[in-house]
Design a binder for this molecule. Sequence first.
Ligand code: GLP
Length: 245
Amino acid sequence: MRFVKARDYDDMSRKAANIISAQVIVKPNCVLGLATGSTPIGAYKCLTHWYEKGDLDFSQVSSVNLDEYRGLTHDNPQSYYYFMNDNLFSHVNIDIAKTHVPDGTIEDAEEACRQYDETIKATGGVDLQLLGLGHNGHIGFNEPDSVFAKGTHCVNLAQSTIDANARFFASREEVPTQAYTMGIQTIMQAKKILVVVNGEGKADIVEKAFFGPVTPQVPASILQLHQDVTIVGDEAAFSKIASRI
Ligand code: GLP
């Protein structure tokens, strides 16, 4: 695992965006695994800026997103489909037909997950997977569990995740309780993984996930077994591991 220290959120965002843009420059038809949450927003802003300057071309890029709330329609501003359009896709020249987010509107969970696994397979595999980190160690929406889930599956969100994500909704009651998420095995199959973390609220889980035992109770801990992981974090997020990196 490679730890890249950033001064603050903006520095973390630029460093992460640099890694993503290097991937796009080196392999213009790459498959990007993309993430939502508040942490990657700054990196998406940088990518947009560099596209506008003419430094980046997304025309051949494909993307697969990690997760989606079950039951939210595409036009719901809280859906991850909407988030991706709002924060990245509508600002760059990516072909929207080559972007993929699990379809939260498919009621049949098994069917929704089966379709998404086929979609991921059809892309030929993820070159670079971007990940945020939940406070309980979740990646995508893979919540702490007794096993590591393999493929796309429907999860019941942990109460702490519902509480953490309530800030994006008008009320806690509106936060969906289920989501479709890419599985741990699929995430681990990405050729490269890039994790972004910021703020002191993530300091404890950063230590647990990357220096603690590998366990499905801390889903991100499995990343310790991946051969090409880069973690870009600000000083606050790295405060508990500073002497070890
Ligand atoms: C959400 C998303 C995750 C994200 C995590 C952290 O639940 N499903 O993909 O990494 O929360 O979010 P944030 O970056 O806002 O802390």
